[in-house]
Write a protein that binds this ligand. Structure first.
Ligand code: OFO
Length: 174
């Protein structure tokens, strides 16, 4: 059983992950409109990963006897100034998610809920990767983005991101 306070906080995180899904989907649409298919592909797969994070939280809440009640999603922004600004906003957003995860871990420790601490540890590691991934693209854009054809090359690089696994069955078959 989850303490009510823990359950509420985890359900709020489902909402955060669903907003992340929506935000990255909006970024993918911006990329499509700008003629950047690699960025669109990267963001669509990022959106799918976020959906899988929401599913992970919902599964855990259910496993512990709780229930996720879904809330309305706020509309994400529609446009950005450039691909670089897209990734700067993504990095800022991931910083916010890292803070949310850290707050959840703090709460789980306060409640001596070691199972939830253990569950959240996966997300602690995931946030390190997510922030690093956005920063790596910003670095790449800073290095080559302003050179002639730079953004074309970066877009091709972004197109090489492996497809996200099925969010309902994140472990690919061997
Ligand atoms: Fe971007 O890691 Fe979930 O939200």
């Amino acid at each position: 059983m989850l303490a009510k306070k823990m359950e509420t906080a985890l359900v709020n995180q489902v909402h955060e992950e669903m907003y992340s899904f929506y935000l990255y989907l909006a970024m993918a649409e911006y990329a499509a409109a700008e003629g950047l298919p690699g960025l669109q592909h990267w963001m669509r797969n990022q959106a799918l990963e976020e959906f899988s994070h929401a599913v992970k939280f919902m599964n855990y809440i259910a496993e512990k006897g709780g229930k996720s009640e879904l809330k309305a999603l706020q509309a994400p922004p529609k446009a950005w100034k450039s691909a670089k600004q897209v990734f700067e906003e993504a990095l800022k957003h991931e910083g916010h998610i890292t803070e949310c995860i850290n707050n959840l871990v703090d709460l789980a420790y306060t409640l001596k809920d070691h199972a939830t601490v253990n569950f959240l540890n996966w997300f602690v590691g995931e946030q390190v990767e997510e922030e690093a991934a956005a920063k790596a693209v910003i670095d790449m854009i800073n290095l080559t983005g302003n050179a002639p054809g730079g953004m074309f090359m970066i877009d091709r690089e972004l197109a090489a991101r492996p497809a996200a696994p099925n969010p309902y069955n994140p472990t690919p078959a061997a």
